[in-house]
Design a protein around this ligand. Structure first.
Ligand code: ATP
Length: 621
């Protein structure tokens, strides 16, 4: 397919605010693509060249794109910047000049080359992103300029938005999964099967390729693969030992370490070194090994570079050829032997000054789940067997001061009192609480299941746990806040059923000046022209500025109440006159909400769900 045809689809997607229409448009597009095209097209639609966990950065800022456009169209840079400022969108400005220069473009192109295919554009963008580091700026500008010359105005509008990450078509991975089902069946009936595969292999491009090649049955073969992160399982919550034992019976109780979760992928391969081969039977005496380790965060980002101490520990202690396991990394004070509070541990999440911080706050990774070992998937294996196999795969010295990789504590019990004692013990050690695991429970990627139950410290307020929310938009501030350019922000939770974000509160107080500033900087990069199709917002809660789904915040509130202006769980009915809708059941709202942290380790779809809020509300009543 030509890139120009794709641009027409993108234009239609951009123009609609209906999720269903977007799904249909995507399905229609996918039908027209062949198996080689579908994966790369999906990445491009998401403004990327590969799945999220395989970050290929374009390394181009707005200014460089401007230079490329000016070079391509022989424009005066000032003139271009003026137009860009007027339109407020680099894509729109490029399209504007491209339209004016159309005749020039046709001259520039050899006959028969007008209109590159999607695959050609993808390959060129790939070349641009991977251009050699030294002196690459000019090379990148030249590559993009050439591409701009070769594409039509509408294609250019979208092309230039890709390298600076502002394509933002406002649909989620879930919408793509729905669209795959619609492509195959004309309805949602394959969605759950596709989603199951996605949880194990969250690579939309590859799933598209398999579906095109082998149909839906091809997905049955999908199992964990090294260096492809698996969506992480989540825990349900209960607040007493009694309730937990009643729910899952005899169980394994582990400490709930208050750090951040890592999924470790480890691969050991033999290097055939000629020097290490023996003289006579050419048998390897001293084979050398190459060990590769990658660490993924909860939102599937590759964070290996941040934690060299963890990588070192994993390399030393793992005894396997290939393994995928999970654990919680927590800061450790080597002087006192105590764990560090979350606020300190979290300082290890950084891009610069990594080595120094690693010395100041060394991490311990407490392994707690095995997902894959030497060619065998452990996802469907009961917890107790997973745990035993995990224990065999890690060789500890038993010295907590030496080992960076440890095993999570484990106690098997069926007595609620003992469970509560363990909970108190965890809290006294400065940990968050405990996680109880059903002995026969399997590992369900991406699911929140009763196979794991978390039991955390109770807070004095009626909501015992915090609520993770998505920041959807913000209002300009008045008074002092006008200086920050942000005075209140709207947050929402996720409704898995509808694949929509629904509002629960607008927060206008309780942030420090520093936090307001940080929020504004983060929002600025994500602004979109209109409300994303995935947001359901009442008129009363409209925002001055909408932002695309990305920022997750942890919110603490005193209570969940009901409100007609929030859409989480709200039901409408048609009014008596039949001309409008009125509120039948009000939505959920958070009372006295406060920002606790930014949760950069979570994806938008990982925020608290409507189902969970409903449960917390019913529990608190
Ligand atoms: P929370 O904010 O309570 O950590 P969450 O939404 O981030 O909740 P859940 O999946 O509900 O995550 O709770 C489980 C989390 O607890 C895991 O993501 C993991 O980071 C952490 N954790 C700490 N220790 C353990 C353990 N032994 N087993 C499983 N998870 C653990």
């Amino acid at each position: 397919m030509k890139f120009s045809q794709l641009a027409h689809f993108i234009e239609q997607i951009e123009e609609t605010s209906s999720r269903l229409t977007i799904t249909n448009l995507l399905a229609e597009l996918f039908k027209k693509l062949n198996r080689e095209e579908i994966g790369k097209t999906v990445y491009l639609l998401q403004g990327r060249l590969a799945p999220l966990y395989n970050a290929i950065e374009f390394g181009m800022a707005e200014k460089m794109i401007g230079r490329a456009v000016a070079t391509a169209l022989h424009l005066d840079k000032k003139k271009f910047v003026q137009q860009f400022k007027k339109i407020g969108d680099l894509g729109g400005a490029t399209e504007y000049f491209k339209k004016q220069m159309r005749s020039l473009e046709l001259e520039d192109l050899p006959a028969g080359r007008q209109g590159l295919s999607i695959l050609e554009v993808y390959d060129i963008l790939h070349e641009l992103a991977t251009a050699a580091k030294v002196g690459s700026q000019d090379i990148k500008v030249q590559i993009l300029a050439k591409l701009i010359r070769q594409l039509d105005p509408l294609s250019c509008r979208y092309l230039v938005r890709i390298p600076i990450g502002v394509l933002r078509l406002g649909f989620s991975d879930m919408t793509v999964l729905d669209a795959y089902s619609w492509m195959l069946k004309g309805d949602k009936s394959h969605r759950s099967q596709i989603e199951k595969a996605y949880h194990v292999r969250p690579d939309l491009g590859q799933l598209g390729y398999i579906i095109k090649k082998e149909g839906i049955s091809g997905l049955k073969k999908i199992k964990p693969a090294i260096f492809t992160p698996i969506l992480m399982m989540k825990a349900e919550r209960l607040s007493s030992g009694q309730e937990i034992i009643e729910k899952i019976g005899r169980c394994a109780v582990e400490y709930k370490y208050d750090g951040f979760r890592l999924q470790v992928h480890f691969k050991k391969s033999e290097i055939r070194n000629p020097k290490s081969e023996t003289n006579f039977k050419s048998k390897i005496i001293n084979p050398k090994h190459k060990i590769q380790v990658r660490l993924y965060s909860r939102n599937l980002e590759d964070v290996s570079f941040m934690y060299p101490d963890v990588i070192e520990g994993v390399k030393k202690e793992v005894r396997a050829n290939e393994i995928i396991f999970e654990g919680e990394a927590i800061g450790f004070d080597p002087h006192s032997g105590n764990f560090l509070p979350f606020q300190q541990t979290v300082q290890r999440k950084r891009k610069y000054g990594i080595e120094e911080k690693a010395k100041e706050i060394p991490l311990k990774l407490f392994a707690f789940e095995l997902l894959y070992l030497d060619g065998k998937s452990f996802l469907d294996v009961p917890y107790i067997e997973r745990r035993r196999a995990l224990e065999k795969s890690i060789q500890l010295t038993g010295d907590i001061f030496k080992d960076a990789l440890l095993l999570a504590s484990e106690n098997i019990l069926d007595d609620p009192k003992k469970l509560e004692l363990l909970f108190d013990d965890a809290v006294s050690k400065g940990l968050e609480g405990i996680v109880a695991k059903k002995l026969s429970g399997v590992y369900k990627p991406g699911a929140r299941e009763w196979n794991w139950i978390k039991f955390k410290r109770s807070y004095s307020s009626r909501i015992e746990d915090s609520i993770d929310c998505l920041v959807m938009g913000y209002d300009y501030g008045k008074g002092k806040r006008a200086g920050f350019g942000i005075g209140a922000f709207l947050v929402g939770i996720y409704d898995e059923k509808q694949d929509k974000f629904l509002t629960v509160c607008k927060i206008g107080t309780g942030l420090s000046d520093e936090e307001w500033r940080e929020l504004k900087v983060r929002c600025k990069k994500l602004e979109v022209r209109s409300k994303p199709a995935l947001y359901e917002v009442d008129k009363m809660m409209e925002c001055d500025v909408w932002i695309s789904p990305s920022i997750v915040v942890e919110i603490k509130a005193d209570e969940i109440t009901k409100s007609p202006v929030h859409t989480a769980g709200r039901k409408l009915k048609s009014s008596k006159s039949g001309k409008a809708f009125e509120v039948d059941i009000p939505g959920f709202a958070l009372r006295f909400p406060r920002l606790e942290h930014f949760r950069d380790d979570k994806r938008p779809e990982d925020v608290t769900t409507l189902k969970e809020v409903d449960k917390i509300y019913s529990h608190g009543k």
